[in-house]
Design a protein around this ligand. Structure first.
Ligand code: AVJ
Length: 322
């Protein structure tokens, strides 16, 4: 048997700047409102915990988005068009794109991820699994400049940005991220994007405070990681997971709250926390359908079509640049 995946798989290294955990964390924790960037959640343990969150009863976004895509696959494929170049910024395990591939039959799939070895592994797996698919993996940081590794004329470029990752960015920043994607797909290109919706705060609060405690572990894993990688001494018992829906700002906020006055060291740096002082670890902005459409228009996209589930929990939009 001949495995054709080696001919269909290509790898492009754009040598992303590896963020410096130490300087980022010390800068964030020394700020007036102390914070740690949510991108640091996803070490090996964090990625595993995130998977547990996605499978938890309370966390509706993942399963709802999957069912929206499944239920509307013909419609989605019709909008995106056959023979597109399908590009996924922050592709991770390329789980959701598998819902599209057989129906869409893109010319090539271009996963973009900052984690080189993980990307190579996942992209090669995909090329083996889909025996007809060209996979051109790109190691790059999608929060920076997005550039394709080769010139494509007259092909229909479509970006795929599921999971409401856009919610991590404040609206102004979200517009910049959308603009960057718009530039990458170019004129005539499109963006299929998943966006979590505003809803009853009980549902939102439950989704970020699952009873099994996966979200709590996920949040606290930041401190575990900083202890391990930066020789710090955060006491996990003295910080509490705190996640709530801020109804004025339409966003989930996740914090780690100090349970007492305490001092923490990150090798030679000393940090002081007062009781009840918090470290901000994540925003997850929620939109109305109209609100997101307006945001997309501010980035210069046109709305082609929006899909929602029957309970209006989550939305998927197809935006075009023309
Ligand atoms: C991956 C950013 C979409 O905001 O819901 C899940 C991350 N944080 N539970 C989200 C997350 C806590 C997730 N995003």
């Amino acid at each position: 048997m001949v495995d054709s995946s080696s001919q269909r798989y290509q790898f492009f290294d754009q040598h992303p700047e590896i963020a410096d955990l130490r300087s980022d964390v010390i800068q964030g924790l020394s700020a007036e409102v102390p914070y740690i960037s949510p991108k640091y959640f996803y070490d090996e343990i964090g990625s595993r915990l995130f998977e547990e969150i996605c499978n938890s009863e309370e966390y509706y976004p993942t399963r709802t988005e999957v069912s929206i895509i499944r239920d509307n696959i013909d419609d989605i494929v019709e909008e995106l068009g056959k023979d597109c170049l399908l590009i996924e910024p922050g592709s991770g395990d390329s789980y959701k794109v598998r819902l599209l591939l057989d129906a869409l039959r893109p010319i090539a799939y271009l996963p973009i991820d900052i984690s080189k070895l993980y990307l190579q592994g996942e992209a090669q797996k995909l090329a083996t699994e889909f025996t007809w698919l060209n996979v051109h993996a790109i190691c790059a940081d999608f929060t920076g400049k997005l550039e394709l590794p080769y010139h494509v004329e007259s092909t229909n470029k479509v970006a795929f940005f599921p999971g409401s990752t856009i919610g991590n960015f404040a609206p102004e920043q979200a517009i910049s991220v959308l603009k960057e994607i718009k530039m990458m797909v170019g004129e005539g290109g499109g963006l299929l994007i998943g966006v979590d919706l505003q809803k009853n705060s009980n549902i939102l609060n439950a989704a970020y405070n699952d009873k099994s405690g996966f979200t709590e572990q996920f949040n606290k894993n930041l401190l575990v990681r900083i202890n391990r990688e930066l020789q710090a001494n955060f006491n996990l018992e003295q910080f509490q997971h705190y996640a709530f829906y801020n109804e004025e700002q339409f966003r989930i906020e996740m914090h780690l709250v100090s349970l007492r006055d305490q001092q923490v060291t990150i090798d030679d740096v000393i940090l002081h926390y007062k009781k009840d002082q918090s470290i901000l670890t994540e925003y997850s902005h929620k939109y109305s359908i109209d609100g997101f459409q307006i945001l997309a228009e501010q980035a210069g996209f046109k709305i082609k079509k929006s899909w929602v589930d029957n309970d209006q929990l989550f939305s998927v939009h197809y935006l075009v640049n023309n």
